[in-house]
Design a protein around this ligand. Sequence first.
Ligand SMILES: Nc1ncnc2c1ncn2[C@@H]1O[C@H](COP(=O)(O)OP(=O)(O)O)[C@@H](O)[C@H]1O
Ligand SMILES: [Mg+2]
Length: 252
Amino acid sequence: MNYIEGSYPGGASACPETLRQYFDDGTIDGYERILSEGKEAVVHVVSKSGAVKRYYAAKVYKKREERAFKNRADYLVTQNLFKRRELLAVQKKSRFGKTVEEAIWQIRETVYLKELFAAGADVPAVVKAGQNSFVMEYLGEGEERALKLVEAKSEIRDPGGLFARVMRNVELFLRCNIVHGDLSPYNVLYHRGRVVVIDFPQASDPRRNPNAQALLLRDIRNICAFFARWNVPADPEALYTELWNKYRLNEI
Ligand SMILES: Nc1ncnc2c1ncn2[C@@H]1O[C@H](COP(=O)(O)OP(=O)(O)O)[C@@H](O)[C@H]1O
Ligand SMILES: [Mg+2]
């Protein structure tokens, strides 16, 4: 099936033009449906036929004007991918700078995800990074997407183990100089009894972003608050202090 002919199970009109690039390069050949529509992005289920049909999640960012989140780009992770001239233009806020800034914003989530996946963190594998969007591993079983932690409350069997796993991820992120910045039971999926952390566009580097410490504490508080219902023993301030000190002393 190709994009132009398009007779998609989800309805051709639902398949955004942005996904054409992945049909054209052969990453996918089917459109399934919308998975989620958020403030910054729309996530779609797409597929690739074969002996076994494979499903993927495609995240498409909204246009800058439509997004709630318009933070300036975080240069450190992306500085090797852009020329100095381009980064200077961003600082000067010229029109060209705005274009570059948008380009940085659009690739930063995949830059983080790839780095974290390589480091062994529980994040989705990036299948293909493209224009204004990317295709990633789909967490779910066929039609049924993986639940967010917040939706999976009644199914959670090993809260202590899951909590430890999320915290292990927070530590691993920090080892890679990354603070998620929007970590909550809404951005952790529960898949086959394990956790997968998603949604990284607002992540930041503590070496550059002076707010990263406060964000780290907030992330840890959100996770502790969620697991408190199972009486998992956790003191967010103590966990934060221990983690931050380890990071500061390069012992992480
Ligand atoms: N790889 C994935 N597999 C399954 N579901 C996903 C995947 N990525 C995102 N989702 C679903 O889409 C929702 C929105 O994705 P997210 O990256 O959190 O974007 P945002 O919160 O900015 O809209 C998630 O809460 C989750 O339910
Ligand atoms: Mg989210």
